[in-house]
Write a protein that binds this ligand. Structure first.
Ligand code: SF4
Length: 439
């Protein structure tokens, strides 16, 4: 090395984290970038996974049963369903037993179950499963997007594909709200070039005949591609930030219950100190995190009480005792009619007996000056809403709705996730102070 020349600095090898294919679970995990780092990059296991295991058992049973029906060319085979359900755990078995009697397989149109599909970085099919050979060309490039379709039905004459995805969630939701519907629809369009439309149907297996669907047409393929590309770009950005050692943001939400940083309480949002000066946004973050933690915590406590039959008791240093366990309470309801074994009681004139109303009427006749408060007595619409929805009560339903008075209630709450702040909220923000006094 000639004198006076600077010694070249040693090149630092930057270790890049491998970016796995984008799956629907990956996209959901990206809802909190820090959770993504923990679960996908560092491969830490989250809390649960009774739910995950239950879901897998249900998927596997339904897939094997559907294939069996397609092979036998029958829509139902209850004995076989029972046989396939036998390996499932008690929770999954209970759900499957509820599903069994109403579950009909459209064996004529069933193409495959548990069908893996993948697209490369150009959104072209790759890593073709044996069942898909001959339907399209395999690009041979690495997979950038991957998924496993629970059941795929083909309606060739209508150029239509249906994907059924089984969910054991308690609360049904709309498929267009989830990236999975777009990813799976794009998989189908790219693997079956003849398909003009794809329906993605969620089947909520806890409930009889409860499904939610969304249909995409081939004209929407560019939109589906953009949606997936955007997800891929977000995923790459998290890896880039992680590899560069940048701080990764924690965004609390429903995802927290699956996150390892919730179970070991290491989430940075959990480090709440009442003395700290938090911004309103940070307080809202904590609120969301706390709700998720509280749900997990209460489930564990409930399981303990159920399992042991004993309350959880805590005594503080001042001798005060706190108990977690069942607590009985009584509340009063005022029935409008007098119930009988098969309906409601009638008086001698064949009019319904209205015990409370009779008392009120007596009071009104005897005290005509003391009736103002009666105008505020109302019936709760929630106790009538379900029965009134029956087809045979359609006229009554309409008449009741016409009579109902609308009241507006204002309460402080955390909204559901919004894509954007509605314009009106931004415009009205000045008036909030005056209205806020009312809370
Ligand atoms: S606990 Fe919630 S907010 Fe914290 S890292 Fe996990 S998912 Fe994100």
């Amino acid at each position: 090395m000639p004198r006076g020349k600077k010694q070249p600095t040693a090149l630092v090898q930057i270790q890049k984290s491998p970016i796995p294919p984008t799956r629907q679970s990956t996209i959901e995990t990206m809802g909190c970038p820090l959770c993504y780092v923990q679960v996908i990059i560092k491969r830490r296991k989250g809390a649960q996974s009774i739910e995950g295991a239950r879901g897998s058992e249900i998927h596997s049973t339904v897939a094997r049963y559907s294939s069996h029906c397609a092979r036998k060319q029958v829509g139902m085979d209850l004995d076989a369903f029972e046989q396939f359900s036998k390996g499932a755990g008690p929770q999954a078995y209970k759900i499957l037993a509820g599903l069994r009697d109403g579950f009909v397989v459209d064996y004529e149109h069933l193409f495959a179950t548990e069908l893996p599909m993948a697209l490369d970085e150009n959104m072209q099919p790759t890593e073709l499963a044996p069942a898909l050979e001959g339907t399209c060309t395999d690009s041979g490039l690495p997979a950038c997007f991957q998924g496993t379709l629970d059941t795929l039905y083909i309606f060739r004459s209508e150029a239509h594909i249906q994907i059924h995805d089984y969910k054991s969630h308690m609360k049904p939701f709309e498929p267009e709200d989830k990236p999975q519907s777009k990813e799976y629809a794009l998989f189908a369009f790219q693997h079956f070039p003849w398909a003009a439309k794809v329906t993605f149907r969620l089947v909520f297996v806890r409930y009889k005949n409860l499904t939610r669907s969304v249909t995409y047409t081939r004209e929407q393929v560019p939109m589906l591609m953009e949606s997936l590309k955007a997800a891929r770009a977000r995923q790459e950005k998290i890896h880039e930030d992680y590899d560069a050692g940048r701080e990764i943001e924690a965004i609390p939400g429903s995802l927290c219950v699956y996150c390892p940083m919730l179970s070991d309480r290491s989430c940075p949002v959990a480090e709440y100190n009442p003395q700290m000066q938090l911004t309103p946004e940070e307080r809202l973050k904590f609120n969301l995190w706390y709700s998720a933690f509280n749900r997990v915590n209460n489930t564990v406590l409930r399981d303990h009480v159920n399992g042991t039959g004993k309350n959880v008791i805590l005594k503080d240093y001042n001798g005060k005792v706190y108990v977690f366990g069942p607590s009985e309470s009584e509340s009063e309801v005022l029935p409008l009619f007098q119930a009988t074994a098969d309906g409601i009681a009638m008086d001698k004139e064949r009019n319904p007996v209205l015990p409370i109303v009779s008392l009120l009427l007596d009071h009104a006749y005897a005290n005509p000056d003391d009736t103002g408060w009666m105008a505020k007595i109302t019936l709760s619409s929630s106790s009538m809403s379900t029965p009134l929805k029956a087809k045979k009560r359609v006229h009554l339903h309409q008449a009741v709705q016409d009579t109902a008075e609308k009241i507006t209630k204002v309460r402080v709450k955390v909204s559901k996730p919004l894509d954007a702040i509605p314009e009106s909220e931004e415009e009205d923000s000045e008036e909030w102070g005056e209205e806020g006094e009312e809370f």
